[in-house]
Design a protein around this ligand. Structure first.
Ligand SMILES: Cc1ncc(COP(=O)(O)O)c(C=O)c1O
Length: 409
């Protein structure tokens, strides 16, 4: 039997709501996924029946919360095949994880003569923290250009081989084009240069297993709100051998061994990088989101999602005046990003909202990609396993109607 999308949808009450009098068609999962009942229940249960702080309390509620909290770390470790629980740093999201890598690790490795390579297709989260550090240290940032199909150009490898490349910063999948990058190839190359690979897996985690050890990358970051989990929780995964080179980026409780006015000694990672009270309910909910995903066959989910993207791409492609970003590789993230001649993406998105359709419109926090293609923004329709082929047909039909309305206006 194939994937039971009707059964899967029952986990998401938001899919029963109406928007502008129409059933919701939620095509904005690359920004944030809808939340399943199991995850919401887990968080609610924690707040209603526990709500105590973790780690420091010697009482039942705190101990129970700490166990559930640390169980989530263990779930994350297994989910992304991290080397150990110590190598799983809990964060407030993908952006927070990257900032910790940049300021807690890269800052002490970079000198002014060094170079950091960043893919042109990166989300701002993997560009701006590096630029902020560059202002303090003065190293060079070079972009790895993308071609017209959104693929990374490899020429830069020979151009920069032997130079002082310390970091390559790359998303496994671009959130603006959907294009999947060959992470292993770049990892092997940067390791030959004596540098590190920072992988942004924000667009990968909800669509199939991410294998940290298998990929061989040095660092990995992601957020749970894109994978059926709560907002405000993410993870940073580090190779074990790099952990002792981290310095704290935020000081306070939880990350110390002892504090005196004469000086402070610090805890080891991951606690060193987890100052202050964490989002306890969120982390417990994040563990539940992993259990939720693992309740399904990941290959079935991914194949349903990519068939939605394929159908959508074909439907959108047939419309006159549409320019699609990226390419048709089935490995890509299931999203379709496009510009339409003479139609502003915000206007189109507003009209589509009137039909109950939620898409994202704009630069998707990837302005260099928009510059590369010469657009100020695009419409991005992105899918998760709760979407259906009927929704895609409806979207293509209403997109045609909306384009006509704007052109006739
Ligand atoms: C590829 C990529 N990286 C990073 C981020 C930032 O994630 P967050 O805002 O959860 O920190 C996003 C979010 O859209 C993304 O798509």
């Amino acid at each position: 039997m194939g994937f039971d999308v009707t059964g899967f949808r029952k986990n998401f009450p938001a899919l029963n709501r109406k928007v502008c009098g129409n059933p919701l068609v939620y095509f904005d999962s690359a920004a944030s996924s809808l939340t399943p009942i199991a995850v919401a229940d887990k968080i609610r249960d924690f707040y209603l029946n526990n709500s105590a702080n973790v780690h420091r309390g010697i009482h039942e509620l705190s101990e129970e919360g700490t166990t559930a909290f640390e169980q989530s770390r263990a779930e994350i470790r297994t989910f992304v095949n991290a080397p150990s629980e110590q190598s799983v740093v809990l964060s407030y999201g993908c952006t927070d994880s990257i900032n910790t890598i940049v300021n807690g690790f890269a800052a002490s490795k970079l000198k002014s003569a060094d170079t950091v390579l960043i893919a042109e297709s990166e989300h701002h989260a993997n560009i701006v923290p590096w630029q902020m550090l560059q202002k303090k240290i003065g190293f060079e940032i070079v972009k790895i250009p993308i071609d017209e199909h959104g693929r990374l150009r490899h020429e830069i490898m020979s151009e920069y081989a032997g130079k002082s490349i310390r970091f390559v910063c790359l998303a496994s999948h671009s959130n603006a084009t959907g294009v999947a990058h060959n992470v292993q190839e770049w990892t092997q190359w940067v390791h030959k240069q004596g540098g590190y690979l920072v992988l942004d897996a924000a667009q990968a985690v909800s669509h199939g297993a991410v294998d940290f050890k298998g990929l061989g990358v040095d660092f990995l970051s992601f957020s749970f709100h894109k994978m059926y989990g709560p907002f405000g929780v993410g993870a940073l995964i580090s190779k074990e051998e790099h952990l002792s080179d981290f310095v704290p980026v935020r000081g306070g409780g939880e990350m110390i061994d002892s504090v005196r006015f004469s000086g402070t000694t610090f805890a080891k990672p991951p606690q060193l990088l987890e100052a202050g009270t964490p989002n306890v309910a969120g982390v417990i909910g994040a563990g539940e989101s992993i259990r939720f995903i693992r309740g399904f066959d990941s290959k079935e989910l991914a194949s349903h999602e990519s068939s939605l993207a394929k159908m959508c791409r074909e439907g959108v492609q047939s419309i006159e005046g549409v320019e699609l970003l990226g390419n048709e590789d089935p490995q890509n993230a299931p999203l379709v990003s496009f510009a339409v001649k003479k139609c502003h993406p915000h206007d189109l998105s507003t009209l589509l909202n009137g039909y109950g359709i939620a898409v994202r419109a704009g630069h998707h926090c990837a302005q260099p990609v928009m510059d590369r293609y010469g657009f100020s923004g695009t419409i991005r329709a992105s899918f998760l396993a709760y979407n259906t082929h009927d929704e895609v047909s409806y979207f293509v039909e209403k997109l045609k109607t909306s384009i006509k309305m704007l052109r006739d206006a």
